[in-house]
Ligand binder design. Structure first.
Ligand SMILES: Cc1cc2nc3c(=O)[nH]c(=O)nc-3n(C[C@H](O)[C@H](O)[C@H](O)COP(=O)(O)OP(=O)(O)OC[C@H]3O[C@@H](n4cnc5c(N)ncnc54)[C@H](O)[C@@H]3O)c2cc1C
Length: 467
C-alpha cells in the first residue's frame, strides 16, 4: 500500500495550491481528483471559463463604440458562439494542463478517482476502470469544494433550466434569459449574454443585487447594467420555474404580494453554491459535517479529527478561489510547524462585469451596525484623465477610514480595472495604512489608480484635487 505524509482530496485552487506548498515543504504528497481535468470548479466551470466568456463578449460589446474612436467597420460583425465556447474550452484545457505540469514538477502523486475515507488514516480511490486503490496518509486535507445549489421546487434539467455550468456552454444565445439570483455568478453570466444580444431579466429575493457588497456598489452596478438593458426584479421571491417545450416560465411574488410571470427560453438558477461532500464517507473517519453541509473546522482549519483538515468552499467563509488558496497554504505550513495566519477581513471580493466591482474590508452597513465612527471619501472615475481617454467613465472609488485614527477600514470600488486596483487597498490595509498614507503615495499619471489616491485625499480631510 502506498503511504504519504499528506493526501489531499480535491484538486481545486484549495487542493492543488496546498499540494504544491506541501511538496515545497518536503512532504511526500498525493492529490486525488475524480475528474480527469485538474483545477476544480474554478479552472473548469468557474473563474477561468466565466472570465474567458466575459472577455470575448466584452470585445463584442466594445465594437459598438469603435466609431467614437474613429474606427469604421465596413463588413458585418457576427457572433460565432460555438467558436467562443471552443476558445473558452481551450483556455480551460491549457490552464488545467498547467496544473498537471505543476503537479509533476513538484513530484506530487496524482490519483484520478473518487476519494472516500476508509478510516482516519486511509483513503480509498475508486477509479473509472472499476478498480479501487487504498492509500495511507499521516495527514489528510479535504478540499472537495462545492456544487451549484437550487431551490427545492426547481428541477434543473441542464437544458433550459440550467446552472452556471451549463451557462458556460450554451448551444445558442438565449432570446430571453431569466436569471434567478442576482449574486456575482448570475450577474457576470447575465452580462455575457446581454452583450451577445439576449434579453436578460434578473429576479432577486433581496432588495438589491450583489447583496453582500457595500450598497453603493450595488446601486451603481444596477444603474450601469440597466443602462445596458438588463432588467431587475429585486425583492421578488421566486415561486415556480416550469418548462414546457422550449419555454421556461418563472413566477415570482413581490413585496406587495403580487405575482409576476416571466417567460424565457432559458432560466439560469444562480442562488448560491453548497459545500460538496457526497461520497466522501466522512463519517468513517469520524469527521463532523455541520447542518449546513460544511466540514466543521477550528481556526487552524483542523476538523474534530486531529490529522484531518479541510479548506476552501467545503468549509465556512467566502466561496472564493483565493480564499481556498490561502487556506491550502496555511494548512501546509501548519503541518510543517510554521505559524501562518489568514486575515479573513482582507480577502477581496470581485465582480468581473464591466465596469468591474471590487471591495475589501468593512462595508458602510457593517460599520454602522458595529457602531464604528468612520469617514468616507469618494472619487468618480469620470473626473480622471485616464478614464476619459479610454471612455470608461462609470463608477467610483470609496474609502472608509476610522473617524479618529484615519486607519482604512474598507475600500469599495466600481469601474474599469478595479479587479486589479483592489490589490493596492489590500496591501494598504494589511499594513494598517491610514487614508493619508495612501494619499501621500505617488500614483502614476494618467492611471485608473489615481482614483484610489483621490478617494484617500477625500477621506483624509476632504481635499481631492480633481473634483
Ligand atoms: C461560474 C463561477 C465563477 C466563479 N468565479 C470566481 C472568480 O472569478 N473568483 C473567485 O475567487 N471565485 C470564483 N468562483 C468560485 C470558485 O470557483 C470557488 O470558490 C473555488 O473553486 C473553490 O475552490 P476549492 O478548491 O475549495 O473547490 P473546487 O474548486 O470546487 O474543487 C473541488 C474539487 O474536488 C473534487 N472532488 C470532490 N469530491 C471528491 C472526491 N470525493 N474525490 C476526488 N475528488 C473530489 C471536485 O471534482 C473538484 O475538482 C466561481 C465559481 C463559479 C461557479
Amino acid at each position: 500500500m502506498s503511504s504519504f505524509d499528506v493526501v489531499i482530496i480535491g484538486s481545486g485552487p484549495g487542493g492543488y495550491v496546498s499540494a504544491i506548498r506541501c511538496a515545497q515543504l518536503g512532504f511526500n504528497t498525493a492529490i486525488i481528483e475524480k475528474y480527469s481535468s485538474l483545477g476544480g470548479t474554478c479552472l473548469n466551470v468557474g473563474c477561468i471559463p466565466s472570465k474567458a466568456m466575459l472577455a470575448s463578449s466584452h470585445h463584442y460589446a466594445e465594437i459598438k463604440h469603435f466609431e467614437d474612436h474613429g474606427i469604421e467597420l465596413t463588413g458585418e460583425v457576427k457572433i460565432n458562439l460555438a467558436k467562443m465556447v471552443a476558445r473558452k474550452q481551450a483556455v480551460v484545457d491549457q490552464t488545467s494542463g498547467g496544473v498537471k505540469y505543476l503537479m509533476d514538477k513538484n513530484k506530487i502523486t496524482v490519483l484520478e478517482g473518487t476519494g472516500s475515507f476508509v478510516d482516519a488514516t486511509h483513503v480509498a480511490v475508486a477509479k473509472a476502470d472499476g478498480t479501487t486503490e487504498t492509500i495511507e496518509a499521516k495527514n489528510i486535507i479535504i478540499a472537495t469544494g462545492s456544487k451549484p445549489s437550487s431551490l427545492p421546487f426547481i428541477t434543473i434539467d441542464k437544458e433550459r433550466i440550467i446552472t452556471s455550468t451549463e451557462a458556460l456552454k450554451l448551444p445558442e444565445v438565449p432570446k430571453h434569459l431569466v436569471i434567478i439570483g442576482g449574486g456575482v455568478i448570475g450577474i457576470e453570466l447575465g452580462q455575457v449574454y446581454l452583450r451577445l444580444g439576449a434579453q436578460v431579466s434578473v429576479v432577486e429575493y433581496m432588495d438589491r443585487i450583489i447583496p453582500g457588497m457595500d450598497s453603493s456598489l450595488s446601486k451603481e452596478l444596477t444603474k450601469v447594467l440597466k443602462k445596458q438593458g438588463m432588467k431587475f426584479y429585486v425583492s421578488h421571491k421566486v415561486q415556480s420555474v416550469e418548462r414546457a417545450g422550449d419555454v421556461v416560465t418563472v413566477q415570482a411574488e413581490n413585496a406587495k404580494g403580487e405575482t409576476i410571470t416571466l417567460e424565457g427560453d432559458y432560466a439560469l438558477v444562480s442562488v448560491g453554491r453548497r459545500p460538496y461532500t457526497d461520497g466522501l464517507n466522512a463519517d468513517k473517519a469520524g469527521v463532523k459535517i455541520s447542518d449546513r453541509g460544511q466540514v466543521e473546522v477550528n481556526d487552524h482549519l483542523q476538523t474534530n479529527v486531529p490529522n484531518i483538515y479541510a479548506i476552501g468552499d467545503v468549509v465556512r467563509g467566502a466561496m472564493l478561489a483565493h480564499k481556498a488558496e490561502e487556506e491550502g497554504t496555511m494548512v501546509a505550513e501548519l503541518l510543517a510547524g510554521q505559524k501562518p495566519h489568514i486575515d479573513y477581513n482582507l480577502i477581496p471580493g470581485v465582480v468581473y462585469t464591466w465596469p468591474e466591482v471590487a471591495a475589501v474590508g468593512q462595508t458602510e452597513e457593517q460599520l454602522k451596525e458595529a457602531g464604528i465612527a468612520y469617514k468616507s471619501g469618494s472619487f468618480p472615475f469620470k473626473a480622471l484623465g485616464r478614464a476619459r481617454a479610454s471612455a470608461d467613465l462609470d463608477g467610483f472609488v470609496k474609502i472608509l477610514a476610522d473617524a479618529k485614527t484615519d486607519e482604512v477600514l474598507g475600500v469599495h470600488m466600481i469601474g474599469a480595472r478595479t479587479a486589479d486596483l483592489i490589490a493596492e487597498a489590500v496591501v494598504a490595509m494589511e499594513f494598517k495604512a491610514s487614508a493619508e498614507d495612501i494619499s501621500r503615495m505617488s500614483h502614476a499619471h494618467p492611471t485608473f489608480a489615481e482614483a484610489v489616491k483621490e478617494a484617500a485625499l477625500a477621506a483624509t480631510d476632504n481635499r481631492p484635487i480633481h473634483v
